[in-house]
Write a protein that binds this ligand. Structure first.
Ligand code: NAD
Ligand code: UFG
Length: 338
């Protein structure tokens, strides 16, 4: 299937393009490179041995979208493009709503004008807020988000659901990701955060490579086994494969589908530190700091629905997640280096 992948040069997008090509699909990448490097495309091509059509374009640019849809005629869109830094979204809410919501509205309008009514959307476990229960099933009520980024995901889920309801020709898949980490086995593509990382694993790998002095653990007084926050970390290659499996839910008549993509297992911050040290032999010094505002104690998925309906489940464990994150970081200490 020919698939337009918005944000396909980013962390999750690039890994998904690899898995799409490996399973015989024809991804076409659109990315404005706001948070990605143009080098990614060549690296993907080196992994798969296949050409990746790439458009440097913005999802808010109607004319560029129209041209791409006319030329490429994709059957479906996997929509990763968006801004994703939680703290930045608190400082720049307008930019987040305009890019994520405005951009998606423009994209969806151009899709329907060109007769492409199949979309897989990158949502997040953040839509559950402080979850009503764990493991979190898809039936768990959505909650209060603690930042504008989270609200863009929650609102876009509602917008896409309403669009599908009004026009049943649409097939909409909402994928709620838990915490993607790791990198492709080749060590040639991976996460490339700007500045000081916000997320745990890139922070740890930058401590390990000597770019940062020590990890700051945000709180050890949560109601969890060791007091630190518990999350459902998932290997990015498993997450990428989840998108390939989710394509079966853009078949005609599928309608609206919602899936968690997680492993079903929670690890604390200190579990991750210990597993990283064991997998890599690197020492990770850390200090305990106060809680980070907006953080919750525990968040992990029930991965049952995706297993039953998509035939997908995560294959990699925490050891591979740590090893692969480290291979990427240690062989590319400055990311893509641009
Ligand atoms: P990323 O920043 O690496 O990838 C997003 C890509 O979108 C970037 O390459 C960026 O340049 C591009 N982009 C942003 N705005 C654009 C625009 N207006 N037009 C065209 N391209 C644009 O992030 P990621 O971690 O790969 O996340 C991909 C998606 O998954 C995002 O929507 C994110 O919100 C969502 N998500 C990520 C996580 C996570 O922990 N990484 C968790 C849940 C959901
Ligand atoms: N943490 C630290 N120190 C750090 C960074 C994180 O102790 O330097 C802790 C956090 O307090 C939390 C855990 O590590 O307990 C994970 O934090 P991350 O920032 O890596 O991930 P979050 O769970 O906060 O959020 C991530 C994405 C969100 C997404 C969510 C989905 O950033 O966009 O996963 O579950 F919505």
């Amino acid at each position: 299937m020919k698939i337009l992948v918005t944000g396909g040069a980013g962390f999750i997008g690039s890994h998904t393009v690899v898995e799409l090509q490996n399973s015989g699909h024809e991804p076409v990448v659109l990315d404005n490179l706001y948070n990605a490097s143009s080098k990614v495309i060549g690296r993907i091509e080196a992994i798969t041995g296949k050409h990746v059509p790439f458009y440097k374009a913005d999802i808010r640019d109607r004319e560029a979208l129209a041209e791409i849809f006319e030329k490429e005629k994709p059957e479906a869109v996997i929509h990763f493009a968006g801004l994703k830094a939680v703290g930045e979204s608190v400082r720049k809410p307008w930019e987040y709503y305009e890019n994520n919501i405005g951009g998606t509205l423009t994209l969806v309008d151009e899709m329907r004008k060109h007769g492409c009514k199949n979309i897989i959307f990158s949502s997040s476990a953040t839509v559950y807020g402080d979850p009503a229960f764990v493991p979190i099933t898809e039936e768990c009520p959505k909650g209060q988000c603690t930042n504008p980024y989270g609200w863009t995901k929650s609102m876009l889920e509602q917008i896409l659901s309403d669009i599908q309801k009004a026009d049943p020709e649409w097939n909409v898949v909402l994928l709620r990701y838990f915490n993607p980490i790791g990198a492709h086995k080749s060590g040639t593509i991976g996460e490339n955060p700007n500045g000081i990382p916000n997320n745990l694993m890139p922070y740890i790998t930058q401590v390990a490579v000597g770019k940062l002095e020590k990890l700051h653990v945000f709180g050890n007084d949560y109601d969890t086994p060791d007091g630190t926050g518990v999350r459902d970390y998932i290997h990015v290659v498993d997450l990428a494969k989840g998108h390939v499996c989710a394509l079966k839910k853009v078949a005609p008549g599928s309608g609206l589908s919602v899936y968690n993509l997680g492993t079903g297992t929670g690890y604390s911050v200190l579990d991750i530190v210990k597993n990283f040290e064991a997998a890599t032999g690197k020492n990770i010094p850390y200090v305990i700091d106060p809680r980070r505002p907006g953080d919750i104690a525990t968040c992990y998925s029930s991965a049952e629905k995706a297993k039953e309906e998509l035939g997908w489940e995560a294959q990699y464990g925490i050891k591979e997640m740590c090893e692969d994150a480290w291979r990427w970081q240690s062989t590319n200490p400055n990311g893509y280096g641009d």
